[in-house]
Structures are given as C-alpha cells and as structure tokens.
Design a protein. Structure first.
Length: 274
C-alpha cells in the first residue's frame, strides 16, 4: 500500500481511495466501511454485490467488486473493496442540459438491466410523516391526497440512491455510477423521483422538471407520477443539515431556500397528477 486518500461526501460509510503496489504496477481501489453500530445489516453489502454483478457488462460504468466482508466477521465492520473509477462528482455543471441528459440516459440504462434482485424497494415514503416544511397548507393537503393510492406494479432494477452525489464525471462525460447498497427491485418512479428531489434540493424545481422530461425521453417510458411524488415528499428539514456534509464546499448551497425549491417541485408533481 502506497497511499490512502479519504473520499468526500459519504454519509452512511467511510470511504478511502487506496493505492496498492501490485505485481502489475500501481492499482487504485476503494475501501468502504460501514459503522458496526449504525449499519450492521449485511444485506447492504450483499445487495451492492448483487447489483454490481447485475449491471456489469450492460453499458453502465460501475466499479468491479473485488472483495467483501458482509457481516464484519473478518475485518470488524461490514465492508467492500472495489476497483476505483476515474472522475469526480460534478456539482456545478457548466452545461446543465448536457449534464442532465447524460444523468438521465445512465439511469434509463440501469432500469433496462434485467433484474434478479430479491429485495423490493418502492422508496422511503411514509404517509404518516408530517409535511410541516410545506408551508402552503392547501398544497400539503393536495400532495397527501395525490400521493395516496396504489403504485404501478413495476419490477425493474433500481439503484435506490441515484443522484448527482453518486455519479462521477471526467472531461464533461459521465464516467461512473457508484454507491449501490440500496439497489433493489422496484418502481422507476421512486428512483427517478429521488433523483429529482436531490436536483431540486441543490438546484431548483425547473432543473428537476427538465430531468423528468429527459429521463422519459431516454427510457421511452412514462414514469409513475404517484411514485415520483412520494419520493419528493421524503424531504424534511433535516436535509438542510446533511446536504452540506455531502457537498463539502464543492458547490454553493442556498439552505434557506431549500424547502421552497422542493415545494415548487411538489406543486409541479401534484399538477401533473391532476
């Protein structure tokens, strides 16, 4: 081992880029370690391993799994070792439309991968959670009503946390999609809506709306609008605390305007269901 560099932006795990001196020369790998106290489920590790195996060779640039310790029996904490991809997250794109188009095309490619995962995921929406951050009470009531009801019964491969913090770029081109422990069988609307929520949080509702159009064009499929809305309603004021930890000074953040930007995206989504 010749160098260890911590990677920025992680919330649920510590990540380091490790340079190894191998018989074939220097090799970069990524070591990801989950806290044994907070993230003790080996399911997170095995889900990531299954997802990386599923997408390999399907046109989506992803790391290669090299080794894993699902329950921490050998290393003390659940961990994975993967190949390192080139590139860095781009949180201030110079050409937003090109950036969004590539982001949407990559997510559509993920959703086209044959799915054999066992875990079902349709987002983190909880209809009983308060929506106090939606200061417009009429919008709050309309959003609750629109979000109620069954989702489209899709069974496709979803990333589970697809958004700009988990996508790498090099020279203006998307070079990798990382962070796969939440991958599952699910509804594309939940996955797309989660990405749109993150776009509204960091940028604005117009960017989130443009992404939906670009995704549907790339996938050739209409997104389940109810699943999309439910994903947007997963926002809460706690995001104002952890988003700066993910950004780490790599982009400007308007924290005070964050709830309003998401509320505007919610209004668009509710109108789209009308």
């Amino acid at each position: 081992m010749t160098a260890v560099v911590p990677l920025l932006g992680g919330i649920t795990a510590d990540m380091d880029r490790v340079t190894l001196d191998s018989p074939t020369g220097l090799q970069d790998v990524v070591l990801r370690r989950w806290s044994s106290e907070e993230w003790h489920e080996e399911d997170l590790v095995t889900r990531e391993a299954s997802a990386l195996a599923a997408v390999r060779g399907c046109g989506v640039p992803t790391p290669q799994l090299l080794a894993m310790d699902a329950d921490g029996a050998e290393t003390g904490v659940p961990c994975t070792l993967t190949s390192a991809l080139t590139g860095q997250p781009d949180l201030s794109p110079a050409d937003m439309r090109t950036w969004l188009g590539q982001l949407a095309t990559a997510q559509a490619a993920i959703h086209a991968v044959p799915d054999h995962l066992q875990t079902r995921w349709d987002g983190w929406h909880d209809g009983d959670l308060p929506l106090d951050w939606l200061v417009d009470r009429g919008l709050r009531a309309a959003a609750r009503e629109a979000a109620a009801g069954p989702l489209v019964g899709e069974k496709i491969l979803v990333h589970g946390d697809y958004q700009h913090f988990n996508v790498l770029w090099q020279d203006g081109r998307l070079s990798g999609v990382v962070d796969w422990p939440n991958a599952a069988t699910g509804n594309r609307g939940s996955d797309v809506g989660h990405c749109r929520l993150n776009l509204a949080v960091l940028f604005d509702a117009r960017t989130a709306a443009d992404y939906l159009v670009m995704y549907e064009r790339a996938a050739g499929v209409r997104v389940d609008r109810r699943a999309d809305l439910r994903a947007l309603l997963c926002f809460n004021l706690g995001w104002q605390n952890f988003i700066p930890r993910q950004v780490r000074g790599r982009a400007p953040i308007d924290l005070a305007g964050m709830p309003g930007r998401v509320a505007a995206a919610v209004r668009d989504a509710v109108d789209g269901l009308g």
